[in-house]
Design a protein around this ligand. Sequence first.
Ligand code: FES
Ligand SMILES: [Fe+2]
Length: 372
Amino acid sequence: MAHELEKKPGLMSSDLTVAETLPASWYWDPAVLTWETQKIFHKTWQLAAKSSDLPEHGSYFATELVGEPLLLTRDQEGRLHGFYNVCRHRAGPVAVGCGTRKALQCAYHGWIYGLDGQLKSAREMDGTANFEPSQFGLVPIQVANWGPLIFVNLDPDAPAFETEFGPIMKEVADKGFDLSRMAPVERRDYDIACNWKVYVDNYLEGYHIPIVHPGLFQELDYERYEVVTYRNYSKQFAPVRTVTETQAEERRYARYVSEDQQADEAEALYYWVFPNLMLNIYPDNISTNVILPTELGRTLTIFEWFANPEATAEDMKQTIDFSEEIQQEDIFICEHVQKGLSSKSYDRGRYSVKRENGLHHFHLLMEEALRD
Ligand code: FES
Ligand SMILES: [Fe+2]
C-alpha cells in the first residue's frame, strides 16, 4: 500500500505564508519512524560521544545510536576509529562499556580484534574452508572529532563532517571560541513521552516563550528574538533585555545579570543542526542537546555541559539550574502536544510567519529527507 508520502508529492509548501505543518501521523506512525531511522538518523552526522570517553591510547567506548550498537576506539597511535559493535562471527558484542585494552575480545566466543578493527585471532576456526581472517574485520563507520565532541555517521557515502559542519566551525572559531579547552561538567538525560519532532519543533520557535516560559520571557528581548535558517541548520538570536543596575538586582537568573555575563550573552551562538542537535556556545562554556527517538512516542534528550577552566562552578550551576527549569516547562508542553497530535480531531496546522520560520525550515528538510 502506498504511504501518504508517496501519494502526495509536494506535501510541504516552501512558501511559509501558505504552508501547513507536517501531518499529525508523522508524529505517531511507526512507518515514519522506520523511515526516519534509515533515511535520517543513519545518514546524518550524529553526536555520539565525548573526547573524554576515549581519554588515552587504547581506549574503547561502546554505545548505541537509534538501535545500532557502536564501538569507538583510540588505537595505540591515538587515532580515532568507529565500528559497528557487532562481531563478524555470530553478531556478539565486541566490547561492553568502556576501558583501555590492547585488543578487544568478543564476549561470545572470544574472537579478538585490534583497536583498528582487524580480526587478529579466531579460536578453533582451523577447519573452516575459505576462512580468511583479513576479510572479517569489524565494519567501520565514519568518525569526526570537534573539540570535546565526537561525531559518527553510519552512511559511508555521507559528506565529510567538515562539509556539513564547516560553516558553524568557522563561525565559532572566528568569534574566538576555543572548544578544545572545554571539559565536560555534567550530563542530564530526560525521557519524554513525545515524538522526537515534537521536541525539535518546540525548540525551533520562540513563539511559545511568553506563555510556556514566563521566567525566561522576563529575561529576553522577545521582540528582537529571531531564527535565521541556513541549508541544514538554523541559528537563534535570543538577546537579553538591557537593564539598569537596580533592575538587575531583582533579576532572577544571575547568568543574565552581570555586565560581563550580558556581554557573554551578546556573544552567544545558538545552533540547531538537522535533524536533532542543538549547540549552545558561550565564550566560557558550551552545552549540547541531542534528541533521539527511543520508541514510538518516546524521546531521549541528552543535555551535556562543557566549560573551560575560567568558568566558575557557581556560573555553571546557575546555567544548569536555569536550563533545568526551562526543560521541565518544555517537557510539560511537549507531552501534552503529543496527545493532541494523536487526537482524531487534528491533522495539520498553520505557521506564524513572524515566529515559526525555523519550524517550517525543519519540516521542509524532513520532507526532503524522507522523499529522497
Ligand atoms: S559472536 Fe563473537 S566470537 Fe562468536
Ligand atoms: Fe521552550
